[in-house]
Design a protein around this ligand. Structure first.
Ligand code: ATP
Length: 343
């Protein structure tokens, strides 16, 4: 049985999710210690616990230590099955991170699956729905599987209550992805999502986008969301020939709407400045599918501590080289290949 140190690198929930995902794919049992030791509230939160239970159900796994707050866990996967699944976090914990845990196994399962996931769909520090649907899913589909994502109800922190449906058509083996250039710009869209809040908030956020990025009024939309609790997210999506970058900032009590606008603008500018096709969050999501494909490459900016930690965990489970090669202008070539190519 593999032993994973949950405190390594940035010491967050990704170490657990990547371990679960790859245990399902490889059949390799593992034990994880010091779960999320690097975080303020260490151990399993609801989101992580739901991810464990989802992985357990999909992989007919034997699990011990999956209680809330647990710092240690053992996971022995059985046979992965495809089909229909329903997982509810019971808080505003991120449904997209639960999906991230079970998706790799279902992408290569023996039949199609439909998942209904309930919880938070728009959470700070997790991929929001639009990021998955517009940025990540189209690239994953280039690798072979089909992924149909439907947002049935928005769920914001702290009330949660969102619902996302995911239909997955697997493929026998993921094909390599090559993504070295953005290609020509195609379109851009700013969406200020509001639930139970005044429309003036959205207008003030979008004014900042128009003012600072020069986006036109017809490229900016206000979307009113039916969700159990209040919430606000500003989503900027810029589509190029080969990739779509989605950045998101969240409305928060005490943070003025223009500041929410400036945060999103700042993040998009950082992406635009390095010229690489793959932004920081997309790099995090692509690493694991690329490792499963066994070859392929993409260009991103400076790899985050999150990405480096994720790479280290992936290499415990998979015999694959994941090279991070610095390029000029603060860019990095991330390449999957045979283990001997490892840098
Ligand atoms: P913790 O570390 O407290 O356990 P966590 O389990 O939520 O928290 P992290 O390890 O921080 O997990 O991982 C969060 C994931 O969400 C990463 O893959 C990161 O790239 C992604 N992410 C965070 N913010 C965004 C965003 N705005 N857009 C897309 N993805 C995001």
């Amino acid at each position: 049985m593999l032993t994973i140190d949950g405190s390594q690198g940035e010491g967050g929930g990704q170490i657990l999710r990547t371990s679960l995902a790859l245990a399902l794919v490889t059949g390799q049992p593992f034990r994880i210690e010091r779960i999320r030791a690097g975080r303020k509230k260490p151990g399993l939160l609801r989101q992580h616990r739901t991810a464990v239970l989802a992985a357990q159900e999909i992989g007919a796994a034997r699990v011990s230590g999956a209680e809330l707050g647990s710092l240690e866990l053992e996971f022995q996967p059985g046979r992965v099955r495809s089909g229909e699944f329903h997982f509810a976090i019971g808080s505003a914990g991120s449904v997209t991170l639960v999906l991230q845990t079970v998706l790799p196994a279902l992408l290569q399962a023996d039949g199609p699956s439909v998942l209904v996931l309930e919880g938070g769909t728009h959470n700070p520090f997790a991929p929001p729905f639009e990021f998955l649907a517009q940025s990540f899913a189209p690239l994953l589909e280039r690798m072979g599987p089909r992924l149909e994502l439907t947002l049935e109800r928005h769920g914001f922190h702290p009330a949660g209550g969102g619902r996302m449906r995911v239909a997955i058509t697997p493929c026998a083996r993921l094909a390599p992805l090559e993504l070295r250039e953005r290609g020509a710009p195609v379109s851009r869209r700013a969406t200020a999502i509001l639930a139970h809040l005044d429309a003036g908030i959205a207008r003030r956020e979008l004014e900042v986008v128009q003012d600072k990025l020069g986006w036109r009024a017809e490229e900016c939309t206000i979307e009113s969301a039916a969700s159990p609790g209040p919430g606000n997210a500003l989503v900027l999506a810029q589509t190029f020939e080969h990739v779509c970058e989605v950045v998101t900032s969240f409305g928060q009590r005490g943070v003025p709407a223009p500041e929410v606008g400036r945060r999103a603008v700042h993040e998009l500018r950082r992406y635009l400045a390095h010229g690489a096709p793959v932004g920081e969050h997309l790099a995090d999501q692509l690493l694991l599918p690329m490792a499963l494909a066994g070859s392929g490459a993409f260009v991103t900016g400076e790899p985050s501590a999150h990405a480096r930690t994720n790479r280290d965990v992936i290499r415990v489970f998979l015999d694959v080289g994941l090279e991070l090669e610095p390029l000029e202008g603060g860019r990095t070539l991330v390449r999957a290949g045979p283990p001997r190519a490892q840098g």
